[in-house]
Design a protein around this ligand. Structure first.
Ligand code: CP
Ligand code: NVA
Length: 330
């Protein structure tokens, strides 16, 4: 493992990290995963405590932080969207100074990226971004560990993201691919591409790493030669229910289905950060499928359940990579 020291660092967005540092976190995650599978204890952080702030709901991220903290020998305190004073009776800066005096690290999931950046500014302990509207950096580590496990490398691999590329997943995948030398394609209508300043930043990074950043509005053309096909929900947490109409209309041609996977080729994998609307077995999935006369939203059940789909390996990797982030920074 490279001689890299991330002690005391925040983990707010991948733009703050070098390719070597990201590679180090992936190596560490792979090592911690091996230890976990072999039953080798790794409670290297006994006596430490972490706070987990969730202003939006979560299954994977919360459980990953809690299980990872426990495996490392740490205590974890969960603050749910309604059970704390954050934002309503107490500012983020004050919350940061209170929690920073009691805990050794703080995870934050919520709305604007500026909130997690403010938290980090005032907390004096490492702060980890568990998802904001703009970025979801711990998710990208899990995605890249999954790609690396399948193909042995990240460099030169082609990842195509289908859907609304302006939000946390599109942005973060573009940054991650630029940093790690992948070929990133966002396949969406023009209006759903990432903001141009972020694209410019990523293109500059890509020029140094050998990555490429492209945009394509034809879903079949975009898939050609892809190693990984990726999608996310069309309406994200915190968005008003009214946007469903516009999204379904604009993004229906960008659903990941059998034709997309066929165009990508037989070795391509399917990834999704989850949760996914691939059938009618959820309250919102059913409601929206019925409202719009569809069987699924961003991905068909056929692709989701196919052998190309590594979504559950990817979900498991959330825990190993989040553990690596905490272990490296504490
Ligand atoms: N992928 C992800 O962040 O899942 P949760 O919303 O369940 O944490
Ligand atoms: N874009 C999604 C990602 C969920 C992991 C959301 O923000 O809801």
């Amino acid at each position: 493992m490279a001689n890299i020291n991330l002690k005391g660092r925040d983990f707010l967005k991948l733009l703050d990290f070098t390719p070597d540092e990201i590679g180090y976190l992936l190596d560490l995650a792979a090592d911690l995963k091996k230890k976990k599978k072999a039953g080798i204890p790794h409670a290297t952080h006994q006596g430490k405590n972490v706070a987990l702030i969730f202003e939006k709901t979560s299954t994977r991220t919360r459980c990953s932080f809690e299980v990872a903290a426990r495996d490392l020998g740490m205590g974890a305190t969960y603050l749910d969207p309604s059970g704390s004073q954050i934002g309503r009776k107490e500012s983020i800066a004050d919350t940061a100074r209170v929690l920073g005096s009691m805990f050794d690290g703080i995870e934050y999931r919520g709305f604007g990226q500026e909130i997690v950046e403010t938290l980090a500014k005032y907390a004096k302990v490492p702060v980890w971004n568990g998802l904001t509207d703009e970025f979801h950096p711990t998710q990208i580590l899990a995605d890249f560990l999954t790609v690396r496990e399948r193909f042995g490398t990240l460099k030169g691999k082609k990842l195509v993201y289908y859907g609304d590329a302006r939000f946390n997943m599109g942005n973060s995948l573009m940054v991650g691919c630029a940093k790690m030398g992948l070929h990133f394609v966002a396949c969406s209508p023009e209006a759903y591409r990432p903001a141009s300043d972020l694209v410019d930043t990523c293109k500059k990074i890509a020029a140094e790493t050998g990555a490429t950043i492209e945009f394509e509005s034809d879903p079949i053309k975009a898939a050609k030669g892809a190693d990984a096909i990726y999608t996310d929900v069309w309406v994200s947490m915190g968005e008003p229910v009214e946007v469903w109409d516009e999204r379904v209309k604009a993004l229906a041609p960008y659903q990941v289905n059998a034709s997309v996977m066929k165009a990508a080729g037989k070795d391509a994998i399917f990834l999704h950060c989850l949760p996914a609307y691939h059938d009618k077995n959820t309250a919102i999935g059913r409601e929206m499928c019925e409202r719009f006369g569809r069987d699924a939203m961003e991905v068909t059940d056929e692709v989701f359940e196919s052998s190309a789909s590594l979504v559950f390996e990817e979900a498991e990797n959330r825990m190993h990579t989040i553990k690596a982030v905490m272990a490296a920074t504490l």
